[in-house]
Each structure stands twice: as structure tokens, then as C-alpha cells.
Design a protein around this ligand. Structure first.
Ligand code: C5P
Length: 222
């Protein structure tokens, strides 16, 4: 791991879950801890990059010497990501963005009355796909958490979202992935793939940064 690997480059990373308001006190979210994205931010910083971390609500502390932008909803995350594109060489989307949000967020706390209630959800914008479709498109890396046919779904996402690389993990194994301190992944790009056996998220983050930096440099040489 060379410390100057990403020297002079701006790296933007999304991490953590998003929160989609139902009313002023309630929301829809998920169990993402933010650990993988935060570890990548620290590794990219150690590789010499200027790092901006766009983070949903998490309990872990922001890495030192990383510019941290805190957001709540998927739409906040998208606005924040788009605002970075003038100065972004590499975009890494590690966030677990909520796929749907309540169509409307009530202005006041919803009162309990009927025995059942319906919540209409609408699809959130896809942050990484929007970034990858932008005219100021950075080198774009996504994640894919799958429970089956990991390679098929990951490759499909790579193409559909117009990504340069995708990092796939099998979340059907409970000791790795979401909320765990360990992870094992396979990275897919172009006609290639590389698997990383189970290790700490810190160690994996350094491996990923090295691989991403290498692929990024190849695109610059073309
Ligand atoms: O489609 P899926 O959620 O599985 O895709 C995962 C990848 O897409 C991750 O990189 C995630 O950060 C990104 N994503 C996003 N915005 C969404 C949904 C997913 O950036 N609304």
C-alpha cells in the first residue's frame, strides 16, 4: 500500500443508511453501520487523497482529516453528492440508501387512532446511478449486497448503473457484511473480477483502495 497512491485526487464516499421521514418523530431506515464506507474513507486518506465523506446517521466517529458532510435522507445525499462533482475524481457509493420514502412526511406527529394505517412509498433517486450519468462523471464505484447469485446481480448492477467497478458481498452469511467488523467481497469490473477472503473492514478497505486506484489510473492512461 503506497501512501501516495491517490495523491492530489479528490475522492467522495457515501456511507451509512439514510432516514426517510414519516412525521417529525418517525422514519424508515435500515441497519447499515457505516463501518465499510468509513474504513474506505480512512484508507483513501492514507493513500493521499482529499476525502469527502457524505454520511447518513451513524454512531461511529468520523475519521480524522476527512471532510464529513452529514445528511439524513436519500434526496439530501443526492444533493450533497451532486454538489461535489466539480471536484471529484473518484466516487465510491458505500451507503445503504433507502429504496423508498413516504410519499409525504406529515408536518405533525401522526396520531394513533385506526387499527391499521397505510403508508404510500415512492422510489428514491439512485445516488450512484445519477452520479454515473452526469456530464461531470467521476470514476464511479458501487456496492451490491446480495443474498444469492451474487455475480449475476452484481454484474447486472455494474452495467445498469453505468459503474466502473462494483464491490459485491453476500449478506446471507451473518458473520460478515452489515454491522459486522469483517467483510468478504468480490469486485467486478469490465471483464475481470477479484475476490477478497474474509478480513477486517479496515484491511479490506486498504485492498479496495489499492485496486480502485489501480483501475482509475488505467482509465487515465487510455
Ligand atoms: O440497487 P442497489 O441498492 O442494490 O445498489 C447498491 C448500490 O447503489 C450501492 O453502491 C448504493 O450506495 C447505491 N445506491 C444509491 N442510491 C440508491 C440506491 C442505491 O446510490 N437510491
Amino acid at each position: 500500500f503506497e501512501t501516495g497512491l491517490l495523491a492530489g485526487l479528490n475522492v467522495v464516499i457515501t456511507a451509512g443508511p439514510t432516514r426517510e421521514a414519516i412525521d417529525p418523530v418517525r422514519y424508515i431506515s435500515n441497519h447499515s453501520s457505516g463501518k465499510m464506507g468509513y474504513a474506505i474513507a480512512a484508507a483513501a486518506r492514507d493513500a493521499g487523497a482529499r476525502v469527502t465523506l457524505i454520511s447518513g446517521p451513524v454512531v461511529i466517529p468520523a475519521p480524522e482529516r476527512v471532510h464529513c458532510l452529514r445528511v439524513e435522507s436519500a434526496r439530501d445525499m443526492l444533493d450533497s453528492a451532486l454538489a461535489q462533482l466539480g471536484q471529484c475524481d473518484i466516487f465510491i457509493a458505500a451507503a445503504a440508501v433507502a429504496d423508498y420514502r413516504p410519499m409525504t412526511a406529515a408536518n405533525q406527529k401522526i396520531k394513533k387512532s385506526a387499527d391499521s394505517m397505510e403508508l404510500t412509498l415512492v422510489k428514491n433517486p439512485d445516488v450512484v446511478a445519477t452520479v454515473a450519468a452526469h456530464e461531470q462523471r467521476p470514476f464511479t464505484v458501487g456496492f451490491a449486497a446480495e443474498t444469492q447469485d451474487v455475480d449475476i446481480y452484481a454484474r447486472d448492477k455494474l452495467v445498469r448503473k453505468n459503474l466502473d467497478m462494483i464491490v459485491a458481498n453476500d449478506v446471507s452469511m451473518s458473520d460478515i457484511g452489515f454491522n459486522s467488523d469483517q467483510n468478504a467481497v468480490t469486485v467486478f469490473w469490465a471483464e475481470n473480477q477479484q475476490s477478497f477472503a474474509q478480513m477486517s473492514k479496515q484491511a479490506l478497505a486498504r485492498e479496495l483502495v489499492e485496486l480502485i486506484a489501480h483501475q482509475y489510473q488505467q482509465t487515465q492512461e487510455q
